[in-house]
Design a binder for this molecule. Structure first.
Ligand code: DGL
Length: 267
């Protein structure tokens, strides 16, 4: 048993989709969440910058005493995972969970035709990390698509309406034309746009959220390593920290996560 918080981060509010899934499975756990809103969005930035920003957030979470790190961001997972594993897992014994392999596993299991689409940020698409991971399974046909307007929409709280649908058609019509039967939401902001994404892709296409799959990895790792929080330790006190302005992060955190949100800080 270990009552320290789980450290979870993203460039903004997207990683809350992972937090939601983690708390659904592990309601006694305590979360320390950082939205790196001072540096958001990560997607259009050079990979070296995203790596440095992600490692700075993880250094801070480790200094705050977390028992596990969850990179709730595909962009940061795509460019910082080897460094993070070396620095925190090998160096400090703190397990590091990321979002890409869990989603790939689920997509491979879900696809019947072997035609898989992946949508993500520019830095994630350019990293080719999804093609690499999917290439372990022979015979797949992979269609990649960057969706740069999606994250700014979500960070403004716009998750439905004409702007979302217009962007969804622009990015997803070509993916649909590629005849995929499975679409990986390869950015943790995208499950918040799942209504529009599913509407455009059609009901015959299975959407794979990296958030739910990653939460299963968090559960598995905590249980295997005996790191679960003792329910007798009392109600969890979560902390949510924005590295930039308090709003709209605070309002969106309440909206996307719900009643678990108690303390919101800026730093
Ligand atoms: N939610 C993140 C991801 O999964 C970051 C998006 C961004 O900041 O561009 O890629």
């Amino acid at each position: 048993m270990n009552s320290a918080p789980i450290g979870i981060f993203d460039s903004g509010v997207g990683g809350l989709t992972v937090v939601r899934s983690v708390l659904d499975r592990l309601p006694h756990e305590q979360v320390l969440y950082v939205g790196d809103t001072a540096n958001s969005p990560y997607g259009p930035k050079p990979r070296a910058d995203v790596r440095a920003m992600a490692l700075a957030v993880m250094d801070r979470l480790v200094d705050d005493g977390v028992k596990m790190l969850v990179i709730a961001c595909n962009s940061a997972s795509a460019v910082a995972l080897p460094d993070a594993r070396k620095r925190y897992e090998t160096g400090r014994g703190i397990p590091v969970i990321e979002v890409i392999r869990p989603a790939v596993r689920r997509a491979v299991a879900a696809s019947r035709s072997g035609r898989i689409g992946v949508i993500g940020t520019q830095v994630t698409v350019d990293s080719r990390v999804y093609e690499d991971a999917l290439s372990a399974t022979p015979g797949l046909h992979v269609t990649m698509q960057a969706c740069p307007d999606f994250v700014p929409l979500v960070e403004r709280g716009v998750t439905t309406g004409p702007d979302v649908l217009t962007a969804a058609h622009r990015y997803l019509d070509p993916v649909r034309a590629a005849n995929v039967d499975t679409l990986v939401l390869g950015c943790t902001h995208y499950p918040l746009l799942a209504g529009a994404i599913s509407y455009v892709m059609g009901e015959d296409v299975t959407l794979v959220s990296s958030a739910t799959e990653t939460a299963n990895d968090v559960y598995r790792t905590l249980v295997e390593r005996g790191l679960e929080r003792d329910p007798a330790a009392g109600s969890p006190q979560h902390r949510f920290v924005a590295t930039g302005a308090a709003e709209p992060f605070a309002a969106l955190t309440r909206r996307f996560l719900g009643p678990e949100v108690t303390t919101i800080e800026t730093a």
